[in-house]
Write a protein that binds this ligand. Structure first.
Ligand SMILES: [Zn+2]
Length: 574
């Protein structure tokens, strides 16, 4: 019998803890890193020649929405393709448990707009073999997986369970209802959930329910949230993932009341709070700088508020067939609601156009996701004879045509039957200097993938590969040691992935082996690989020789091996 299952030979180990890199062999046995170094003369079932390669801990992705997808895609791609070996589910307060059988459709509908997950894919791809949250955890545990996962208790289904989907938007819960929800959080955490999550963005929430109304959690009061925070203090365990108010508004400082609120939650919970999100902003760098300063100030006062960074280059590739992230203004929300035929009709309606222009002219613009709003959308693709304007912004096209920007955009979109392809730039994340500033904070992790969400226009799951290529290899503003700390060790610590995120003896063998010079993010493509005949936009990677999860090779040269060694991590353990 061989001494080890696998030996990774001669690789350059960057262990995730910021220890300077070193060359050594790693012996893996029974899913764990059994021994580092001292392997001369030892045998293994399989040896991986890692000479000239980086050997690093698998990436830990704290912000995903794979709650549905994990049931039909065990590798949780794009994340699986980009070296992620552990994911957190149930973010932003959205999910599917608890849910009574008669509420399943409603629960799936709730994910169609806020996270833009196609209904038909969920309908065809989810087993729905649970009712309670502990049932859901059992289902997740039994489901064969190519990555490890843990889950928050999302607050939306909890409110829907206790109060009803519609009732929970009409009134605040009674104390008895609140106490019942606390009991359910305890029950879920007893079963292995890692904490709770909520998106609390208020009446003007940008991520809304299927009918355009705010999500249940958008309306939560401070009292309710602090009540749930107390559950974690009572248990002395768990984590909170929280998006609060419009914290991503372009150029604006985090409002005092939002800061105070996070601090209050952290003080009551006495546990880590993951703040969404610290977004580098090259147009208004004060925006990310003051957030980082605030996180540091919290840390100095013993408050564990951590920042989820948004560190990837690139924006959205979208058409108005699917786009729904202009929900932060009333007129745009209305135009983008309804069936395709209804939306097209609204785009041509003179009264609707008047309202859109009135908003635009008075400075009210959907700005949360695209810098410069709709005027900065860049025409791309090969649709409908628009070649003359290819690569131009909507504003440039409007100027050339002598039209209002709203008319120029909607005339084009309507003429194309909504199929015109645009690139929506993000709020100035493209400058290495500013993303480096964000990553230089010890209180911010790399991200956000939003994996499993916004599947027709977002491919942010590339962020680990993009970070290594962009800031480590090409710009050289971040060391490999720092990058792997931010991709694995720190997120594992912040999200409660016990014993993961580092290469050390006795830790689970979640490992990536790659050639930094050959690392690539492949171009975006449309993949018709969702259940229910649905499609998504994807970007694969190149340059990862091997990805291992719990000591088994899940990807070899970018191809899945079929091995499904992923575990559900109860309370982060496993
Ligand atoms: Zn989210």
């Amino acid at each position: 019998m061989a001494d080890f299952d696998i030996i990774i030979q001669g690789g350059t180990i960057v262990d995730g803890t910021r220890t300077p890199r070193y060359v050594s062999d790693i012996g893996i046995k029974d899913g764990k890193i059994a021994q580092i170094g001292g392997l001369k003369g030892k045998t293994a079932e399989r040896s991986l020649d890692a000479a000239g390669r980086i050997v690093a801990p698998g990436f830990v992705d704290l912000h995903t929405h794979y709650d549905a997808q994990i049931f039909w895609d065990p590798y949780c791609t794009l994340s699986g393709w980009h070296g992620v070996t552990s994911v957190a589910l149930g973010n932003c307060g959205f999910g599917f448990a608890p849910s009574r059988a008669e509420d399943r459709d409603r629960a799936m509908l709730s994910m169609t707009r806020n996270e833009a997950i196609p209904y038909e894919a969920m309908k065809a791809g989810m087993p729905w073999n649970w009712v309670t949250f502990p049932d859901f955890i059992d289902s997740l545990s039994r489901t064969p997986k190519g990555v490890n996962c843990l889950t928050y208790v999302p607050l939306t289904p909890l409110y829907a369970w206790v109060m009803g989907w519609e009732e929970a938007k009409k009134r605040r819960p009674t104390e008895a209802e609140l106490q019942e929800m606390c009991r359910l959080i305890h029950e879920a955490m007893d079963a292995g959930a890692c904490g709770w999550s909520a998106q609390v963005l208020g009446e003007n929430s940008i991520q809304r329910d299927y009918d355009g109304t705010p999500m249940i959690t958008d309306l939560l009061s401070e009292h309710e949230i602090l009540t749930f925070a107390k559950v974690l203090a009572d248990r002395d365990e768990g984590f909170i993932e929280l998006a609060y108010r419009q914290t991503g508004e372009e150029g604006r400082p985090l409002a005092d009341d939002a800061r105070e609120f996070f601090e209050k939650v952290a003080a009551v919970a006495k546990r880590p709070i993951l703040y969404q999100a610290v977004t580098p902003n090259s147009v208004h760098p004060s925006q990310h700088r003051e957030r980082i300063k605030w996180l540091e100030d919290c840390a100095a006062r013993g408050l564990r508020v951590y920042g989820q960074g948004a560190t990837r280059r690139g924006g959205f590739e979208m058409t108005f067939e699917d786009w729904n992230l202009f929900d932060d203004t009333a007129a745009w929300r209305e135009v983008t609601l309804g069936t395709k035929a209804e939306r097209k009709a609204k785009m041509q309606d003179p009264e609707m156009r008047r309202r859109l222009k009135e908003e635009w002219d008075s400075g009210i613009r959907p700005t949360q996701v695209a810098q410069g709003s709709v005027g900065s959308l860049v025409l791309q693709g090969e649709k409908a004879g628009n070649t003359a304007e290819f690569g131009q912004t909507v504003q440039q096209i409007a100027d050339a045509q002598g039209k209002h920007v709203i008319d120029a955009l909607l005339d084009m979109v309507v003429a194309d039957d909504l199929a015109t392809e645009f690139f929506a730039p993000t709020q100035g994340r493209e400058a290495a200097q500013f993303t480096t500033e964000v990553l230089n904070s010890n209180l911010v992790v790399a991200g956000v993938s939003d994996g499993g969400a916004h599947v027709k226009f977002l491919t942010a799951g590339i962020y680990p590969t993009d970070l290594l290529i962009w800031l480590v290899r090409d710009e050289k503003t971040i060391t490999l040691e720092d990058a792997h700390y931010k991709l694995s060790y720190l997120p594992a610590h912040m999200g409660g992935f016990k014993d993961r995120g580092a290469i050390r003896e006795q830790a689970p063998a979640d490992i990536v082996v790659y050639d930094l010079d050959k690392l690539e993010v492949l171009p975006s493509e449309v993949a018709e690989d969702l259940p229910g005949g649905e499609w998504r936009r994807i970007q694969k990677s190149k340059g990862y020789d091997w990805i291992l999860v719990n000591g088994q090779i899940t990807f070899e040269n970018g191809e899945p091996t079929g091995a499904l060694p992923g575990k559900f991590l109860r309370n982060g353990r496993g």
